[in-house]
Design a protein around this ligand. Structure first.
Ligand code: SF4
Ligand code: SF4
Length: 448
């Protein structure tokens, strides 16, 4: 392992790069913060403000902060390009106020029209709706987008990828929790999470579970063979007996049964819900009623505007119930019945106590039982040489990509492997290593 703080980021192209949505399509750039929304589709709009989302509020993750520390130049270039694409005169970097040194450095380097807005160290600050409100005071309407309030939000790494002007072949992520060396790494897309964990020195416990993307909005890994995608921002290893592993793996039948009998309708889940506090029509305690009763349309409407931040389940509920999963499970039915918000968005105003109910990160970490883990993740160079990578055809919002290679083809890193289906939302996929291709139903595999 080499010196901390260095990695393979090169200057953009040949200096003749003019940003355009078509170019972002060619490069296969998608939201790297977890959503995977194709950047080309996001930036085909006209707004006056671009917000760089550096809030990074998942506990133990440090990827965005590390990129801003070590690779501010391509990030700022990408932010300027994004502003140019959408015609925005203003750019804002929303970053936690605790990162004093990084804020000072960014303020020195920021180009004209770009300013830094320090954010409170709370969860969730990186949710687009919350971030837009923290930065501008505007409230995105229920079911709306930032452009509805004249803004676009983009993750730090996404903007850096725009500034780099090269196909997306690698992903930055933090490996955290029960590993020997918590670390932030640049890894080839498609490498197995097991190999990435080894690069962090391996696990520090023998019996463990793995959460992908963070601990709050996590997806539990089913195997160490699972590949890293363009949206994997974190790999968190925890002892198999840790409550977070148990809770993320709880079967829906168990959630239903316990929720039906144990919910005392105390409303804590609703009173802490960041979207409720924003004034949106969501009340998770009403969704909980649906486990035992045929509830009214207002309870069902409620579930559609859940951002799945998991605060109600992991922090607020004194009974350790799972209102977030109840909301998620209720969404399809609410959509089917078209139970959307039909009111006037202008009437939506944040709760008067919103500011005082934000959940500080240190309290969240303590509540989640994560205090024993080293909360660092320095960006460190590591020479990965995977024998094989598996590039999923669906690792972005929209439809799976269609392969343009066939079994036996030899490819070089950066070569095009798959393209979006004509007329559908999607993203191109490029080779992350040199090798020989095998095309599968859900992925293109490359053997080095
Ligand atoms: S906080 Fe828990 S017990 Fe209280 S209403 Fe919500 S789900 Fe029920
Ligand atoms: S997960 Fe819970 S707290 Fe978060 S938005 Fe949904 S209902 Fe609200």
């Amino acid at each position: 392992m080499a010196e901390t703080g260095k990695s393979h980021v090169e200057p953009a192209g040949n200096g003749s790069y003019h940003p355009s949505a078509e170019r972002l399509e060619e490069l296969g750039i998608v939201g790297a913060g977890g959503g995977g929304f194709p950047a080309a589709a996001k930036f085909r709009t006209r707004v006056s403000l671009v917000i760089a989302n550096a809030a990074e509020c998942e506990p133990l993750l440090h990827k965005d902060k590390e990129l801003l520390h070590h690779h501010a130049e391509p990030f700022l270039r990408g932010l300027r390009m994004a502003m140019e694409m959408v015609g925005a005169a203003e750019g804002v970097i929303g970053i936690k106020e605790k990162y004093h040194e990084i804020i000072a450095a960014l303020e020195q380097q920021a180009p004209a029209g770009v300013r830094v807005v320090p954010l409170p160290d709370v969860y969730p600050a990186g949710d687009e709706f919350i971030l837009v409100h923290l930065v501008t005071g505007r409230v995105i309407p229920p079911g709306g987008l930032p452009k509805d309030v004249d803004a676009v939000v983009s993750n730090v790494e996404t903007l850096m990828n725009i500034g780099l002007d090269r196909p997306v072949t690698h992903k930055y992520l933090t490996v955290a929790g029960a590993v020997e060396t918590p670390i932030t790494l640049r890894v080839p897309v498609g490498i197995s999470i097991g190999e990435v964990i080894e690069a962090a020195g391996g696990t520090s416990v023998s019996d463990f579970g793995v959460l992908l993307g963070g601990v709050m909005m996590a997806k539990p890994a089913t195997s160490l063979e699972e590949p890293v995608t363009k949206t994997t921002g974190g790999i968190v290893v925890l002892p198999a007996t840790h409550a977070l592993i148990t809770r993320h793996n709880a079967p829906w039948l168990h959630v239903q049964r316990v929720g039906r009998s144990a919910c005392d309708q105390c409303r804590f889940c609703t009173e802490f819900c960041p979207r409720f506090l924003l004034g949106h029509p969501i009340q998770p305690h009403r969704a909980m009623q649906s486990l035992g009763f045929e509830t009214g349309a207002d309870a069902m409407v409620s579930t559609l505007y859940c951002c799945e931040c998991n605060l109600c389940t992991m922090y607020a509920c004194p009974e350790d119930l799972d209102p977030k999963t109840v909301c998620v499970q209720s969404k399809p039915l609410a959509r089917e019945r078209d139970l959307t918000f039909k009111g006037d968005p202008a009437t939506i105003t944040p709760h008067p106590m919103a500011e005082f109910r934000r959940v500080p990160m240190r309290r969240l970490i303590a509540r989640l039982g994560l205090g024993e883990f080293n909360n660092v993740g320095p960006l460190t160079e590591y020479a990965f040489a995977p024998r094989t990578v598996k590039l999923l055809l669906k690792q972005h919002a929209g439809a799976p990509a269609t392969p343009v290679v066939k079994c036996g083809d030899r490819v070089r890193m950066g070569d095009l492997l798959a393209v979006p289906e004509a007329g559908k939302l999607g993203a191109r996929i490029h080779a992350s290593i040199d090798g020989v291709v095998t095309v599968k139903s859900d992925a293109v595999v490359i053997e080095a």
